[in-house]
Design a protein around this ligand. Structure first.
Ligand SMILES: Cc1cc2nc3c(=O)[nH]c(=O)nc-3n(C[C@H](O)[C@H](O)[C@H](O)COP(=O)(O)OP(=O)(O)OC[C@H]3O[C@@H](n4cnc5c(N)ncnc54)[C@H](O)[C@@H]3O)c2cc1C
Length: 498
């Protein structure tokens, strides 16, 4: 009998559990338990829930890539193959002082910024002396400005200059929310987007994304997954070990209001890098090796939050055409006239000026979505629901002449303040190195008198995958990797025994 304790029921934990059950479940040789701190399965894959009639994802939304993406076929199959839809992007509408900015002008400026970002991705490694993505983009943008001749059809050259810069700043902010960093100056240039981009097929699921995880766990016994059971210590045991187990996993069972412990031969630890940063030094006994602690410290783990918006009169046709996405440049016209103190009251949102992305999902209800990152996201998390609701309403109002319907309710994520996550996803920070992701994945061996050549604590999760970090497929691949590692170790032990 092999006793396996998986910490965390996010994508990595569910994948590892499913793979182990598939390989060993019918043999009767597997005693598997998955300990999950929160009251649900899914981790950073999280549907907004029934409260929001338009639905929507508060965590992962897109399956990035079809070819070579291990989760594409699973999500596709779990939702009967009918709900994954490829996303097509339209140019956002920019609103400046109560009017639409010339779309051609916006398109030109965004194309220029996109070209600079592409150069950062492809040439970053070859540029001496420039360490961060932010530095590179700013230098290129400045050089571009000196030879640039795009001007908006109805803009003075002075306004064109201001608008260009506003658009550039907004696009940088969007890049921060893609990479989950506070500033692009925190992002390492020579390993920028080191993760493999698969193909350009980005699909959204109209069924809740977490459906595929429930599908994975369905064959397991219901008592395998223990919800609201937060692991407080993973202890490698020496001579004092009970029942021959090299590991003792201690947890707090919030439902029972009691401490519980599990003896294990293996532990697959999948809690986020945010949890590792906050608790990594005290969860493991003996402590993690200095190299792993250094990797945990150096890698970046940023905050990206979503605000999902449900509108009143959802089924009515919207007055006027609402664009797929829109954002505000500069101060709203009404604030200039002194009529709208909202810009001060909600400065955290107006200063950030996020894209408002509109969608009409299968539910038929119109849905809006905003992404916030870095300090703005953390500030939003600290505000109460009523304040955020009013801020969103004021921001949509400021996008006039676009006529958004009245907001009925919102749902928002709080990835940073949730102690089970401590943020949203990982990135290659200025002081880190791609190899830090691999260091995070290195297993820890048993203590004597157990076989010191045999690993007993294995690590999975998006931040342990060097080329797919920050994604669901990275988390999935890491869960598979560690299940395979464990099965390989068991096979080797069986060979030795024979
Ligand atoms: C806003 C946002 C948008 C995203 N968008 C996309 C996207 O579009 N496409 C994409 O591919 N990816 C996206 N991602 C990233 C993707 O969601 C993650 O990479 C992936 O879900 C991580 O899975 P995981 O299993 O590694 O970690 P997690 O999902 O964090 O799972 C770890 C689990 O461990 C639990 N846990 C933590 N501490 C303990 C403890 N002490 N004891 C027991 N349990 C514990 C947690 O509750 C959690 O359930 C997004 C993430 C966010 C936050």
């Amino acid at each position: 009998m092999v006793r396996v304790c998986i910490v965390g029921a996010g994508v990595a934990g569910c994948t590892a559990a499913s793979a182990l059950h598939h390989a060993l479940g019918s043999s009767g040789a597997l005693e598997l338990v998955v300990l999950e701190a929160s009251a649900r399965v899914g981790g950073r894959v999280k549907h907004a829930g029934a409260g929001l009639r338009c639905g929507g994802e508060l965590g992962a939304t897109w399956v990035h890539g079809k070819r070579g993406n291990p989760i594409y076929p699973i999500v596709h199959a779990a939702t009967n193959g009918s709900t994954l839809q490829q996303q097509s992007w339209q140019m956002p509408v920019a609103i400046y002082h109560g009017r639409r900015v010339d779309p051609q002008f916006v398109a030109h400026v965004l194309e220029d910024v996109e070209a600079i970002i592409d150069r950062a991705v492809s040439k970053g490694a070859g540029i001496q002396g420039v360490r961060s993505v932010g530095e590179f983009l700013d230098a290129e943008w400045k050089a571009q400005g000196q030879r640039d001749d795009h001007e908006g059809e109805h803009e003075s050259s002075e306004t064109s200059h201001v608008l260009k810069d506003c658009i550039y700043q907004r696009r940088k902010r969007l890049e921060c929310s893609i990479s989950a960093c506070d500033s692009l100056n925190d992002l390492r240039l020579d390993q920028y987007r080191e993760y493999d981009r698969l193909d350009d097929n980005h699909s959204r699921n109209s069924a809740p994304m977490e459906t595929f995880l429930h599908g994975m766990l369905a064959p397991l016994l219901p008592e395998t997954v223990r919800l609201e059971t937060r692991v407080t210590q993973v202890q490698r045991c020496g001579a004092e070990s009970q029942d021959g187990a090299p590991l003792l996993v201690k947890a707090w069972d919030a439902r029972a209001g009691a401490s519980v412990s599990y003896l294990a031969d293996f532990c697959i630890f999948t809690a986020s890098l945010g949890v590792m940063k906050a608790e990594g030094e005290r969860i493991f006994e003996p402590p993690l090796p200095p190299k792993k602690l250094q990797a945990i410290r150096r890698l970046g783990f940023g905050t990206v939050d979503k605000v999902l918006i449900e509108f009143e009169h959802e089924s009515d046709p919207v007055k006027g055409e609402l664009p797929q996405s829109a954002f505000l440049l500069g101060t709203p016209a009404s604030a200039e006239e002194g009529h709208a103190p909202d810009t001060d009251k909600y400065a955290w949102l107006f200063d950030y000026a996020p894209l408002v992305y509109m969608d009409r999902p299968a539910s038929g209800f119109l849905r809006g979505e905003m992404w916030l990152s870095g300090t703005t996201a953390r500030e939003m998390e600290a505000k109460d629901d009523e304040h955020v609701f009013r801020a969103v309403q004021a921001y949509l109002h400021a996008l006039a002449p676009l006529a958004y319907p009245k907001v009925r309710s919102i749902a928002r994520s709080r990835w940073f303040s949730d102690p089970n996550f401590g943020g949203s996803y990982s990135y290659n920070a200025i002081e880190s190195d791609g190899s830090d992701f691999e260091t995070l994945a290195e297993p820890l061996p048993c203590l004597p008198p157990h076989d010191v050549n045999r690993p007993c604590i294995l690590f999975a999760g998006e931040a342990t995958h060097r080329s797919f970090y920050s994604t669901m497929h990275g988390a999935f691949a890491s869960g598979e990797r560690e299940a395979k590692r464990l099965l390989g170790l068991l096979a080797r032990t069986a060979d030795v025994a024979n």
